[in-house]
Design a protein around this ligand. Structure first.
Ligand code: NOJ
Length: 543
């Protein structure tokens, strides 16, 4: 399996209002299928005031009017199924929007049926919100504070309340009855908070309270309830686990507490930063490799990895781990660096055409709440100019610019006025131009997925990394029986001499894929950001 992620607002506008929608998605389903993926994950499509672009939901059983309606969703679902693709919805149940009717009822009464749907206190504790200031906001109507781990407009649901868990199960059934195939579950490791909401670790900003809500005391009981619903339908469940460790992820993925099919981890996304937006560091390949290998090795034979380099929460990968100067080379190399690992690859919209970060000249032009508050929060320590440069490197908005379909007006995203800035590089970076070019990033993604799908070794083979300390090369193999694939990726703009791992020396290697044209793969010198995928048969006792 492999998935394509759609963040709908910027995907494709079908009705000319400047906002991506399900009409646009419908028309692009063949394109998505042509990549070779087997499914789509939709970031939230539900009605939302968009304080956090869809992750603040005001109605779990409808489609945001900007994106269409349930009938149009069903058309998309049916067509996706006809094309052989599964569809995953985003299940966001750590919090709702403050405009959700449950919250509106909860703030009205301390005794009514919704009184305990959220966390209300006369005195807040010391936890920080991950998005803005303290995790508590005073509500005038109820005369109490409510908890929000994310923005003020995203109050946390009280999952200890059995009625809330019943609501979650009903929501799951609603979409599963309609025919969706499963869920990506938002910050799912945060949904159980420690009783009494105790003080966090003193003097630890942002994450000081996390020890009381990450993998909280009742998480596995609650997850088991949701799992039972998914199992009734044979639905897939993929959890998002911010700050998760391999060890805690394994509790969700294996054994008696297994409640997820896969976990979205973050470790490999911290090779140039600490927690995406907060602290930017120079990219270090060894940090990336260490994280990848840790997950590959720990899950081997026990579970299944989520493979990704981009989503709506991360800036564009070429601008981070690759090079905009070596745009095509690094965009293709990055594809090879992860598409042959063990697990299920996810490709985020625009990644397959090598979209890069946008650099807007003023913070007011940004949309994302996390970028705006991060800019403000650290303004005490850095000049405005420096802060803005960091936002250029780290903003989630770089992943949220309209998808570049053509070199025409608005990059072919809309016939109206786009809701957000189009990256000015669209004349060069766009799907139409790349479809015509056999050596494009787009066609390289297609080739990688085709190769992966055809090979049992690439799907099920054992993972092993070579030269883990090499600062520029990521070299790994996948082996099954006597078949071995060796994947060699250069993460530098300089030429590097590669030596083969000893087990491969003297073997005949067939070059299956390379991101440079006209090459036979025998030259020991790797060109900037070169990627090669070799295949060979090992002797019986070669290992
Ligand atoms: C993770 C989502 O991917 C992100 O976009 C969102 O802001 C937070 N969870 C809160 O829902």
């Amino acid at each position: 399996m492999s998935f394509y992620q759609v963040w709908i607002r910027s995907f494709a506008d079908g009705n000319g209002d400047g906002i991506g929608d399900l009409y646009g998605v419908y028309d692009k389903l063949d394109y998505i299928r042509s990549l070779g993926v087997d499914g789509i994950w939709f970031s939230p499509l539900y009605p939302s005031p968009n304080a956090d672009h869809g992750y603040d939901i005001s109605d779990y059983r409808a489609i945001h009017p900007d994106y269409g309606d349930l009938d149009q969703f069903k058309r998309v679902l049916d067509k996706a199924h006809r094309l052989g693709m599964r569809v995953l919805m985003d299940l966001v149940v750590n919090h709702t929007s403050d405009e959700h009717p449950w919250f509106q009822a909860s703030r009205q009464s301390r005794t009514g049926p919704y009184a305990d749907y959220y966390f209300w206190r006369d005195e807040p504790n010391d936890w920080d919100s991950l998005f803005e200031g303290k995790a508590w906001t005073y509500d005038e109507v109820r005369g109490q504070y409510y908890l929000h781990l994310f923005s003020k407009k995203q109050p946390d649901l009280n999952m200890d309340n059995e009625k809330v868990r019943e609501e979650v199960k009903d929501i799951m059934r609603f979409w599963l009855d309609m025919g969706v195939d499963g869920f990506r579950e938002d910050v799912i490791n945060f949904i159980s908070k420690r009783e009494g909401l105790p003080r966090g670790i003193p003097f630890v900003p942002l994450v000081g309270g996390m020890i009381h809500y990450k993998d909280g005391p009742h998480i596995h009981e609650y997850m088991a309830e949701f799992r039972a619903v998914a199992e009734e339908y044979g639905a897939v469940q993929i959890g998002e686990g911010p700050m998760t460790t391999v060890r805690s992820a394994l509790n969700y993925l294996t054994g008696a507490t297994k409640s997820l099919d896969m976990m979205i981890s973050f470790d490999h996304m911290f090779a140039d930063c600490f927690y995406i937006e907060y602290l930017h560091l120079p990219f270090r390949l060894t940090r990336f490799k260490r994280a990848v290998s840790r997950w590959q090795n720990a899950l081997a034979g026990r579970s299944w990895n989520v493979l990704y380099l981009e989503n709506h929460d991360h800036p564009r990968i070429i601008s981070r781990y690759g090079s905009e100067r070596f745009w095509r080379e690094s965009g293709t190399m990055l594809a090879a660096s992860y598409l042959f690992l063990q697990g299920t690859p996810f490709i985020y919209q625009g990644q397959e055409i090598g979209m890069t970060n946008i650099r807007l000249p003023a913070i007011e032009m940004y949309e994302d709440i996390a970028s705006k508050t991060n800019y403000e929060r650290l303004l005490r320590f850095e000049s405005a100019e420096k802060r803005l440069r960091r936002i250029h490197l780290s903003s989630r908005d770089s992943a949220r610019t309209p998808v570049q379909w053509t070199a025409g007006p608005n990059a072919g995203f809309t016939t109206g006025t786009p809701w957000f800035h189009v990256n000015p590089n669209y004349k060069r970076v766009n799907a139409a131009a790349e479809a015509r070019d056999p050596y494009s990033i787009l066609n390289f993604y297609r080739r990688c997925l085709r190769l992966r799908k055809r090979s049992r070794t690439l799907l099920h083979g054992r993972y092993r990394e070579y030269f883990p300390h090499h600062p520029h090369l990521f070299v790994y193999e996948r082996t099954l029986g006597r078949t071995a694939y060796l994947i060699v990726c250069s993460f530098t703009s300089k030429e590097v001499v590669m030596s083969l791992p000893p087990a491969y020396q003297g073997h005949h290697l067939t070059l299956m894929l390379c991101n440079y044209p006209a090459t036979d793969g025998t030259d020991p010198v790797l060109r900037p950001y070169e990627a090669r995928v070799y295949r060979t048969q090992m002797g019986k006792d070669a290992r």
